[in-house]
Design a protein around this ligand. Structure first.
Ligand SMILES: [Zn+2]
Ligand SMILES: [Zn+2]
Length: 334
């Protein structure tokens, strides 16, 4: 098969690779659409110790199952593989399973990803694509589930309804935009500011999302101003901005992981009783609910997704890397 292989820092090669060899309980999927995630970019930059070259990246995958109970059906993969036995798995928190693995990752065991013509995945991680959802858009289920999980965690940690909150979304990538769309459509939140240094990206998002779009240094991002901040960037500088601009008693949901550590204003966090919430992936239930949201077209027109050929994937990685890519999400088609 052909695959896009991460071979070293800032390098992915489209090349011939061995077909995957499904283990017991796994099925082979002929990939139809596979998204490039921020975490794939993180790996590409050589900053993810969980993704070691050579590795086929990609975990936002839809396609046709070639075996098993979904044989010849259109399916989407939940790439997070959990043990199903531990306390987390038994209590609908599979995403925190200590034995979890992920496709397109090297640790704790190597699993090749979906930026390829074929991928192997456990049958229990496969969902049939509902007939009203296109196979290409189904690849958006994974990042949309990340956003849904983040919004639900925000809701749980707020003192007032999301519809009454003044909200800042830092970052106009797919996760930031999807959080905004879920807030607009599912939670009736309209008082949203979205910030990003990439002006063109903001213009693109403004066609789909109801919000105020600003650069990160805009005066709209005032001190002690937002009830909720969704931090989808994860830089030291964006975290410092988040803690500065959150209201006393407000909630920051931390999603992005560009810089894993750095300085932070723990004094304000403490004396103003700020809630700081980490969020990771999604539960199986979130994934299922996301498919439902996408099937019912609740997030509106998904024209902000750009589809490109897998064989031109190296250019796509390069454009995302150098900031010339306008689309908040690129999905590659083998
Ligand atoms: Zn992802
Ligand atoms: Zn488990």
């Amino acid at each position: 098969m052909h695959a896009l292989v991460y071979t070293g820092t800032n390098k992915v090669d489209f090349r011939e690779e061995k077909d995957p060899n499904p283990k017991p309980g796994e099925v082979l999927i002929k990939v139809k659409a596979s998204g490039i995630c921020g975490s794939d970019m993180h790996a590409y930059h050589g900053n993810d110790e969980r993704r070691i070259p050579p590795l086929i990246l990609g975990h936002e995958v839809s396609g046709t199952s070639l075996d098993g109970k979904y044989k010849n059906k259109e399916v989407v993969i939940n790439p997070l593989i959990s043990c199903e036995k531990c306390n987390y798995c038994k209590n609908e928190r599979e995403h925190l399973c200590p034995k979890r693995t992920m496709i397109g990752m090297s640790t704790p065991i190597k699993r090749e990803g979906g930026l390829a013509e074929l991928v192997s995945a456990p049958e229990k991680n496969i969902f049939e694509v509902p007939k009203d959802l296109s196979i290409k858009e189904a690849a958006l289920a994974e990042p949309a589930a990340v956003a849904l999980h983040a919004v639900l965690l925000a809701e749980k940690n707020l003192k007032k309804p999301l519809s009454e909150c003044k909200i800042l979304i830092q970052g106009a990538g797919a996760i930031g935009l999807l959080c905004g769309l879920i807030l607009n459509t599912e939670k009736n939140s309209k008082n949203i500011v979205m910030s990003d240094p990439n002006k063109k990206r903001l213009v693109e998002c403004s066609k789909y999302l109801s919000a105020n779009f600003v650069s990160p240094d805009d005066k709209a991002i005032k001190e002690n101003n937002f009830d909720l901040i969704l931090e989808s960037v994860g830089l030291e500088v964006t975290r410092l901005q988040a803690i500065k601009s959150i209201v006393p008693g407000g909630t920051i949901v931390h999603i992005g992981l560009t810089q894993p550590s750095g300085t932070f204003d723990f004094k304000k966090l403490t004396i103003q009783e700020i809630t700081l919430v980490g969020t990771y992936c999604y539960t199986n239930k979130d994934f299922q609910n996301t498919l439902d949201i996408l099937t019912k077209k609740k997030l509106g027109d998904l024209g902000w997704i750009e589809y490109r050929e897998l064989k031109k994937g190296s250019e796509a990685f390069n454009e995302i890397h150098n900031g010339t890519c306008i689309a908040p999400k690129i999905i590659l088609i083998p």
